[in-house]
Design a protein around this ligand. Structure first.
Ligand SMILES: [Ca+2]
Length: 517
């Protein structure tokens, strides 16, 4: 990238001369990304692995220009470790000890997907969601377990960085888990403001753990930041704060919506709740409410918060111009005594089982997305990047491989089928399986997080319609399925050779070598 040396100079000036120059270098970074996204001449027009043939370019351009006029608000609600089976409209609710009328109402007013897929852990899932790229490309393919810096490099382009230059207000309220140092926070990557935790809720028991030594591990804090300012610590993230944080996330989300609705500014609220990740401890107002313990109480609390956000959208009179998404980052909580439920699917997070990959996904856009529609078409979370870009009128970066495909026409009901037939399923940096139509081909067999992964001599073949629990391989009579599934694996691995992945722990500034582009 020819502006690289100039950018590095700006960063050096910023570091050397203090905050004013740091702000200048940050602004320059935004400009540089816009430039990179729009000006690159690299030829990367290949179909993403697993995508269907796209429609003609002229037609797509016309549709984008129509969508771009509206600039709808986007409220992206995402639970943490909420399994496929937990909420009422997916077969849970009272079966799990708590009705979920708020989320069920959202589903009745929008599109509910039965085959929405994510990456298998917190960090990779959030990386894929915000960049439209499978996390193996970005060095974010596993949860950090101590050690050096981790997370998204500033070179990556997030949804917030696509929408912000279009005039969107951008807010991040909740869990980050894509880096815990300045330069890796939401406000370093396109968000105007943020509040939440940098890492995982698994840190909330630290300060009450016997023998905890803050000298070696640091005291976890809730953080807060604004664009152009350093992120600063707020209260300690302990077990008490863990019970309270989603109430504050909700309050701040509603405040953000109110401020921007009053200003007539379109907004993108990314709301990664901390519930129902372990320790699954509800707010004191919900403790004991259901009579079925912490998990059911926390489920009731989460549903209440979703209902509060929906009520606020209605009261602000912006329902028709606000796209609301509700989903989860990965499969159900596995840790006892807060174990979640994947509904009809088997396996836990940190695997390529259906229970890990399939999560709830609801999208509501009154008058645009048909109310009450249900589909078993395959969509992957990387597609939300590309789809949100199009509905806001943003152009997807062309200087890097984007794995997401545009699903807007499918969401709008202009086509019955999604634009994706399959995708590769990585766990960490290992390709565990490929999904294609209603088939799954595991190369590595692992049902639960703490099971040892077993590399298979021959891929299994599962028919997910006939055998949703993936109990038996039907490979011998279905070897034809190897052809399309292996094409997805081969195409994806070829794309990793074409654009070598960013190694985990890569510091900023990262620039791909010119030979790689
Ligand atoms: Ca998670």
């Amino acid at each position: 990238m020819r502006k690289n040396s100039r950018w590095q100079t700006w960063v050096a000036l910023g570091v050397g001369l203090g905050l004013g120059y740091a702000v200048a270098s940050f602004n320059f970074e935004s400009v540089r990304k816009s430039w990179a996204a729009s000006q690159s001449t690299a030829s990367l027009t290949d179909q993403p692995a697993g995508a269907k043939e796209v429609s003609a370019p002229a037609e797509r351009t016309k549709q984008r220009s129509v969508a771009s006029v509206e600039k709808p608000n986007i409220v992206f609600l995402m639970a943490d470790n909420l399994g496929y089976g937990e909420i009422g409209c997916y077969g849970g609710g009272i079966l799990r000890g708590a009705p979920t009328p708020g989320i069920d109402r959202l589903a009745s007013e929008g599109l509910r997907l039965l085959n929405f897929n994510v990456e298998s852990q917190c960090t990779p899932s959030r990386s894929a969601l915000l960049t439209g790229r499978f996390s193996i490309r970005s060095g974010t393919m596993r949860v950090n377990r101590g050690g050096g810096p981790y997370g998204l490099t500033q070179w990556e382009i997030t949804v917030a960085e696509l929408l912000s230059p279009l005039g969107y207000a951008t807010g991040h309220f909740g869990k980050r888990h894509l880096g815990n140092v300045e330069g890796r926070f939401p406000t370093n990557q396109g968000f105007d403001e943020w509040y939440g935790i940098p890492n995982s809720t698994s840190e909330s028991p630290w300060t009450s753990a016997v023998g905890f030594d803050p000298q070696v591990a640091g005291v976890p804090h809730i953080l807060e930041g604004r664009r152009g300012e350093a992120t600063r610590p707020r209260e300690v993230y302990d077990l008490k704060a863990r019970r309270l944080i989603d109430t504050e996330i909700t309050r701040r989300t509603i405040d953000f919506m109110k401020r921007n609705a009053a200003a007539g500014k379109p907004f993108y609220a990314y709301v990664p709740f901390t519930l129902v990740h372990y320790p699954t401890l509800p707010h004191p107002d919900f403790a004991g409410k259901t009579g079925y313990g912490d998990f059911a109480d926390a489920l009731a609390e989460m549903d209440h918060h979703v209902g509060q956000v929906l009520d606020a959208i209605r009261e602000l009179g912006i329902e028709k111009n606000t796209v609301v998404v509700f989903t989860s980052d990965n499969g159900p909580e596995e840790m006892l005594p807060w174990r979640g439920w994947a509904g009809p699917w088997s396996g836990s997070y940190f695997t390529a089982m259906e229970g890990s990959l399939r999560v709830p996904f609801i999208v509501r856009w009154p008058g645009k997305v048909a109310a009450g529609r249900v589909s078993n078409e395959i969509v992957h979370e990387v597609d939300t990047f590309t789809t949100l870009a199009r509905l806001a009128g943003a152009l997807v970066p062309k200087d890097r491989i984007i794995d997401g495909v545009d699903q807007l026409d499918f969401f709008l009901g202009e086509q019955e089928k999604s634009n994706r037939e399959g995708f590769p399923c990585y766990v960490g940096d290992v390709l565990h399986a490929v999904k294609w139509r209603n088939w799954k081909l595991p190369f590595v067999w692992q049902e639960y997080m703490f099971d040892p992964p077993q590399r298979l001599s021959t891929p299994r073949v599962h028919n997910l319609i006939e055998d949703p629990k993936e109990r038996n391989s039907v490979a011998p009579m279905n070897t034809w399925v190897y052809n399309p599934a292996m094409k997805i694996a081969d195409d994806f691995q070829a794309s990793l050779k074409k654009e070598p992945p960013i190694p985990p722990g890569t510091p900023d500034p990262y620039q791909p070598s010119p030979k790689e582009r």
